[in-house]
Design a protein around this ligand. Structure first.
Ligand SMILES: [Zn+2]
Ligand SMILES: [Zn+2]
Length: 463
């Protein structure tokens, strides 16, 4: 299989065999002298990254050129020219070695739910890797905190750096006390318990683990008077680990390989619950494969014992179902005909299906005919639903002329009843002429359905 690479300098697309590109990526990201199985784990990650990018495999493609699969900006690799500079006269020997390891990994990639994972790694974790939400702001099932025994006592990953107080103040925008002979800041465990007489002379002070008289200090340190103060000038910071701590810890991988562990074991240690698949047999699954969503076409608005909009909401929901099913999702509707569906029936369906999302679609009606626009509600603290709401709003903005009234928190009894991520989209006001035509017209139904489906797709593709 060929990879289409966009050359950022020459501004053209070049084609290269996927195995060669895999070797170029791996060689750029791990030193060639690392143990064999660690290198193989890195190679499998490199190939996984390619699988995630290659467009004919359903990948996201290059960040700059739409025709291409990758460029140096969206996937870090070194080309032959760079490697020749880095390895000098040993280039050929090392290049052949890396390529022999590429063959040994026989087209393996790391997947979850049939899709290649985000193959993240870092130099050394310092004792444990991170949960994705702490770094990326959202949860990824396979990026969980893993205790890495190998790094716990890894002195190679301890770094000391001296930073002057002036630099700290500038970088953080903070202030430390100005120095004066009358006082100095207490620094716990270092300078504390100062005692002064009424003249401001130091009578006694504790420095480090010992107490001193003022006179002793000035003699030993050569200070000109017992009227003295202090402030720190340089602070030494000691840190453990290198990088953000997400995904595979390369130092840990190195030690695991030295202890005789295989590449697959290393990968499964740092990526929770993943599978190892073969790229060539790997059939790209549709982007929403394995996602289960329950769509609830609302009952519409009740005016004088009659419900308005109920049929339109059903049509929109059918259309969304069709679009999302084409993308591989399992979509269920709370009702499939023009009947009333009670809250109890909805809650029971949620319990029965346990979907990834419940998405209610409804509309409003107000006496004030000026009121217009879309609102999306979710339960307090439901971050996933908030992100999905943002993604849907983004598309609604692009595809419809509905005014956006924002994402709101709602304490709806249905939200409290069901234990899944839940959204309620109030499309607009049927009492408003503009909204009514945006929602009820043939084109309106198309636009809204497309926007909601695309919003859902984009939300999942960012994961
Ligand atoms: Zn790119
Ligand atoms: Zn580690």
């Amino acid at each position: 299989m060929d990879v289409k690479i966009y050359d950022n300098e020459e501004k053209r697309i070049i084609y290269m065999d996927a195995d060669i590109v895999t070797a170029l990526i791996a060689a750029a990201n791990m030193p060639y002298y690392f143990p064999k199985e660690a290198l193989k784990a890195q190679i499998i990650l490199a190939r996984t990254h390619l699988a995630k990018k290659i467009k004919i495999l359903g990948g996201e493609g290059c960040c700059i050129n739409q025709e291409a699969d990758i460029c140096k900006k969206c996937l870090y690799f070194l080309d032959e020219k760079d490697l020749k500079i880095m390895w000098g006269s040993d280039f050929l020997e090392r290049w052949n070695y890396i390529n022999s390891l590429v063959s040994e990994t026989s087209n393996k990639i790391v997947t979850i739910n049939g899709k290649p994972i985000m193959p993240i790694f870092h130099k050394a974790c310092g004792g444990s890797t991170e949960n994705s939400e702490n770094i990326l702001g959202y949860s990824i099932s396979y990026l969980r905190k893993t205790y890495c025994e190998y790094c716990k006592n890894n002195l190679e990953s301890i770094t000391n750096i001296d930073i002057s107080v002036d630099e700290i103040e500038e970088a953080l925008g903070t202030r430390t006390p100005i120095i004066s002979w009358e006082k100095g800041p207490q620094i716990k465990g270092f300078i504390e318990n100062e005692e002064r007489d009424t003249e401001g002379r130091i009578k006694s002070i504790k420095i480090g683990d010992k107490n001193f008289k003022g006179q002793e200090i000035i003699e030993k340190l050569g200070i000109s008077s017992t009227k003295f103060g202090w402030k720190p000038k340089v602070i030494t910071f000691e840190s453990k680990g290198f990088g953000d701590g997400l995904g595979m810890c390369q130092f840990g991988a190195k030690v695991m390989a030295q202890e005789g562990k295989k590449a697959e074991e290393i990968l499964k240690m740092y990526f929770t619950g993943v599978n190892i698949d073969i790229l060539q047999q790997y059939e790209p699954l549709k982007p929403l494969h394995g996602r289960k969503i329950l769509i609830d076409p609302g009952n519409g608005v009740k005016i004088n014992e009659e419900y308005y909009g109920r049929d339109t909401l059903l049509q929109i929901s059918f259309k969304i179902k069709e679009l999302l099913s084409d993308l591989g999702a399992d979509i269920y509707l709370t009702r499939e005909s023009n009947v009333f569906c009670s809250m109890q029936m909805k809650a029971e369906q949620v319990k029965l299906l346990n979907p990834d999302f419940y998405i209610g679609i409804n509309c409003d009606y107000e006496k004030n005919k000026q009121l217009a626009g879309t609102k999306i509600f979710h339960f307090r603290g439901d971050i996933e639903s908030h992100l999905l709401a943002e993604s849907i709003f983004e598309k609604l903005k692009e595809c419809t002329k509905l005014v956006q009234r924002g994402i709101k928190i709602a304490e709806l009894s249905l939200f409290k009843e069901i234990k899944v991520n839940a959204l309620l989209i109030e499309l607009g006001y049927l009492s408003n002429e503009h909204d009514k035509s945006e929602i009820e017209s043939i084109q309106g139904i198309e636009n809204i359905s497309y926007a909601v489906a695309e919003g859902i797709k984009n939300f999942y593709q960012k994961k």
